[in-house]
Design a protein around this ligand. Structure first.
Ligand code: ADP
Length: 396
């Protein structure tokens, strides 16, 4: 059993931190959040929680003089009671300064030391391993600012560490989703190619497998393009070339593009706009085509055989309103708030068609950057309508 440590709240260390900061030192703050590793208290009881908390804290104290110099490490506690805070007072060995990068390395090192050593302390191996695997960490530099009081300096560092923790959690989630999405088509491409190479197959069988390889490589291509689009968007590297054009022509081109799929699903296309009229918008033609391709592709993908797709254009005041309606699977009410989130897919749609959950993120960004709005209405098993607007001229 680990010894019980009496950890003081971080705000009890104010004087100490102030004294160190006044000597022009930068202090590193690393937070280890136990609450993020699931409902430990609820699952295993308060006694177990206390035990794990003090095990981890006394193990951290044992780092003194090992990973860090004796006085460099101060361990405190959050007022919330489920967060351990490590203060690193000076620069790591062999480093010129204590910067944010070396702090991250220190945090990673602490977590991996915990992982490989804490088990020695405790017999409840699996439970503890699980908790340690899921501890998240944040880190921030505490820097002296003579215009701020020490309490708000600590508080700011705290908020920064919290943001970093959340950011790292989200990036990890995204990376694991992306790699899963990439691996699935790759595995099947390799599998089918291997079968063709190794087995004595008839021409029909070979054609069937090559078709699958072709479909899967298309899927991979779309996914990589979507990921590239998103990273360009996030890096603010998308360029827009705006001009006036008739959006009806772009819609007709896109419908033409999907002609084969529309036919093979026996879908009826209903145009709710006039042949004779023109519907001029002021936008980037290529981007508008990309928006329409995504929305019409979804309408086709999520509408069963024999269904109907309506495409409407309306002129109103200073904008043009486009609508794309389908008689497809619809979107459950509980999923509606998440439809424009990265990687989000409704569970009903996953059993119907493949997708990445990235298309609508791109569509929303494009529409809004072009000065328009986007929204949808949907009823489960009845159908979905996506609406978007685009400005008519440059004044918006
Ligand atoms: P993808 O279709 O590639 O998965 P999108 O970002 O275009 O990605 O769409 C996200 C999700 O929104 C889809 O996976 C699906 O769950 C839902 N969705 C989009 N359009 C429709 C639609 N017309 N009908 C039903 N669900 C839709």
């Amino acid at each position: 059993m680990a010894e019980q440590l009496d950890l003081k709240s971080i705000f009890d260390c104010q004087d100490y931190i102030q004294a160190r900061l006044e000597k022009q030192e930068v202090i590193g703050l690393i937070t280890l959040d136990l609450s993020s590793s699931g409902m430990i208290k609820e699952k295993h009881g308060l006694e177990f929680y206390k035990n794990i908390f003090s095990t981890i804290s006394s193990f951290l104290v044992s780092f003194k003089g090992k990973i860090f110099r004796q006085d460099d490490l101060v361990l405190t506690n959050d007022y919330r009671d489920d967060q351990l805070i490590i203060l690193l007072i000076s620069k790591p060995r062999y480093k010129k300064v204590l910067d944010i990068y070396s702090l991250k390395i220190a945090a990673i090192r602490i977590i991996s030391e915990l992982k490989s050593n804490i088990i020695k302390y405790n017999t409840e191996f699996e439970k503890i391993r699980n908790i340690i695997d899921n501890i998240s960490y944040g880190y921030a530099l505490v820097k002296y600012d003579k215009n701020k009081n020490i309490r708000s300096i600590i508080f700011d560092a705290f908020s920064e560490a919290y943001l970093r923790q959340k950011f790292d959690e989200i990036s990890e989630k995204i990376i694991s989703m992306v790699s899963h999405e990439l691996r699935t088509p790759l595995t099947s491409i390799r599998g089918f190619a291997e079968t063709i190479l190794q087995e004595d197959l008839s021409k029909e069988e070979i054609m069937k497998f090559v078709q699958i390889i072709y479909n899967e490589s298309n899927r991979l291509n779309n996914l990589v393009n979507a990921i590239l689009d998103i990273s360009r968007i996030e890096a603010a590297k998308v360029h827009f070339k705006r001009k006036k054009f008739d959006i009806k022509d772009v819609i007709e081109n896109v419908l033409e593009l999907f002609y084969l799929r529309i036919k093979s699903s026996d879908l009826t296309i209903i145009r709710e706009y006039s042949d004779e009229e023109s519907y001029i918008v002021f936008a980037d033609e290529e981007k508008v085509e990309q928006i329409l391709v995504n929305l019409i592709d979804n309408a086709i993908k999520y509408t069963p055989f024999g269904g109907e797709i309506r495409v409407g254009i309306k002129k109103q005041d200073s904008e043009v309103l486009v609508s794309i309606s389908d008689t497809g699977i619809g979107i459950p009410d509980k999923d509606k708030p998440h439809i424009f989130e990265k990687f989000f897919r409704t569970s009903v749609s996953m059993s119907v068609a493949q997708g990445s959950g990235l298309g609508l993120v791109i569509v929303k960004y494009l529409v809004e950057t072009l000065g328009g709005r986007i929204w949808f209405e949907s009823q489960l098993s009845v159908g979905t309508t996506f609406y978007f607007t685009l400005p008519v001229d440059e004044t918006r």
